[in-house]
Design a protein around this ligand. Structure first.
Ligand SMILES: C[S@@+](CC[C@H](N)C(=O)[O-])C[C@H]1O[C@@H](n2cnc3c(N)ncnc32)[C@H](O)[C@@H]1O
Length: 201
């Protein structure tokens, strides 16, 4: 391939990365599947054999969000990154999908792993954004930062039928520049020895 073409393709790939994206993490804009996901589970997640009447998520375009390094020394995630509103986000609005690697193996070491569903009472399906994901992987938990979360994780099926995890604003608007904060849940923190264990849910 001619040199010029290679460099312009590289430029194109890099320009898709949001600003502050870590070079060691793959930026993805749709879910990826790990080999541990059996074909039947994948087809369940993709929605090919499911009635779509219940639990559908009405999705609009992603809100504008920015990844920012936390420079406030009193912030419990000081030195790390967080997810911030790049524009005013109205109440109860879809903010962003949580993309990552969909897997059925154990990822207890990952701090970016969310539970997507549990099938037949024994197969745990997770979304792990440790090695690959989108901006949503930078959302921090509200504990030690605010009195309560201003956003929530919502799981359900999209119009396409796919089972997905998304982040939505809560009952109040999020102002431009405010940090987007969710609750990871008490059990998330309890399963990790360090970190805040208080808070309601
Ligand atoms: C999903 S990541 C969030 C993004 C992370 N701050 C980063 O820069 O990659 C989860 C990790 O963020 C940090 N974190 C998130 N919320 C926190 C909080 N309220 N207090 C302390 N650490 C927090 C913890 O290190 C946790 O393991």
């Amino acid at each position: 391939m001619p040199k010029k073409q290679v460099s312009s393709e590289r430029k194109q790939v890099q320009s898709h990365h949001p600003s502050n994206w870590p070079s060691v993490v793959r930026f993805i804009q749709s879910p990826a599947y790990h080999v541990s996901v059996p074909a039947a589970v994948r087809s369940h997640i993709e929605g090919s054999c499911i009635s779509l009447k219940n639990n559908q998520i009405p999705i609009s375009k992603d809100a504008k969000v920015v990844i920012r390094r936390i420079t406030d020394t009193s912030h419990p995630a000081f030195g790390q990154f967080g997810l911030f509103a790049g524009q005013r986000i109205p109440p109860k609005m879809h903010i962003i999908y949580y993309f990552g690697e969909i897997h059925c193996d154990d990822r207890s070491d990952s701090n970016y792993d969310l539970s997507l569903c549990r099938l037949d009472g024994e197969i745990n399906v997770g979304i792990d954004a440790h090695g690959m994901g989108n901006q949503a992987r930078f959302v921090n938990d509200y504990r030690g930062i605010a009195d309560k979360p201003n956003s929530i994780f919502v799981d359900g099926r999209l119009n396409s039928g796919a089972l997905s995890m998304t982040i939505w604003s809560g009952n109040q608007e999020i102002k431009k520049g405010q940090e987007i904060l969710v609750s990871y849940g008490k059990s998330w923190w309890q399963s990790r020895r360090s970190g805040p264990a208080d808070g309601e849910s």
